[in-house]
Design a protein. Sequence first.
Length: 305
Amino acid sequence: MSNQIKILFLNQLEEKYGKLKKLPNSLSLYEIGNNALRIYIRYSKIHGRNQSFYGLKDEDLKQLEGFNSIICFLWDNQKEPLFLPFEDYEDIFNNINPASDGQFKVQLYHNTDQLELYVANAGRFNVEAFLGWEYFESRFNKSLINDLPEFSHSQIQTLVGSIGLYKGFDIWIPTNDRSKLDWNVTKKFSCINELPQRYDTVQNIIKEVDVIWLKKGTSELSALFEVEHSTPIYSGLLRFNDLHLIEPQLKPKFSIVSNDLRKMLFLRQINRPTFKSSGLIDHCNFLEYKDVFNWYLRTSKLNSI
């Protein structure tokens, strides 16, 4: 099955971009054009708990360094591949060690709300922004990705709220923040006026979370987002950790949202013993501003079709 899926994908690439060049000393590395883009292709079946498992060879990743490069993840019955920009994750792989077989072990969690990448000994990352051929094609014009505005805290709150709305959730944003939302970046949406009574015991914690998604018409928390624009990432993690410890039966997805310069800081903080011991490390991911924007563009476009 893996060969069939890979062959189909390679045929799609050649139909779109012409003959591929296979790189030496690897079964999975290819080049498009004259160093226009390098692509590393990995496949996995979907296993229990809706997860797929991949090994990334250290020696293969070394051939991506210094080039416009993507890691492509394939799995059974996918609608579109995942195209992970290597440059965004290069520092992470350089700061951890591969397993004894020379591979970095990674997983994809195919949740209905968010696609997550888990890198063993590092952490979790929201990778929704990298799904689909449209993102892949944008890699040939990198200005489409890099030439983004400088987002404010309130603009990111607005974008995350809008993504949740497009996905069919009820949205909570702290009352004091609502007048600051920027309707120049999204269509205007409404927030729920009160949090469900079932959370009265933790009301003082969750009412200040920057954005919360709740399943439509219910009291079920689906995802919580803390936008750490200038405040310490540690403070957002502590708030999440308090909620996780007080109400362990709740299983929402926690996300720290910040700029790319703070990704490594997040990894250092989430790997502290206190968050490993509580289990927060297994429920919290990192999401960059530019990926929020690309996720919003993708989600809003899907909902306009």
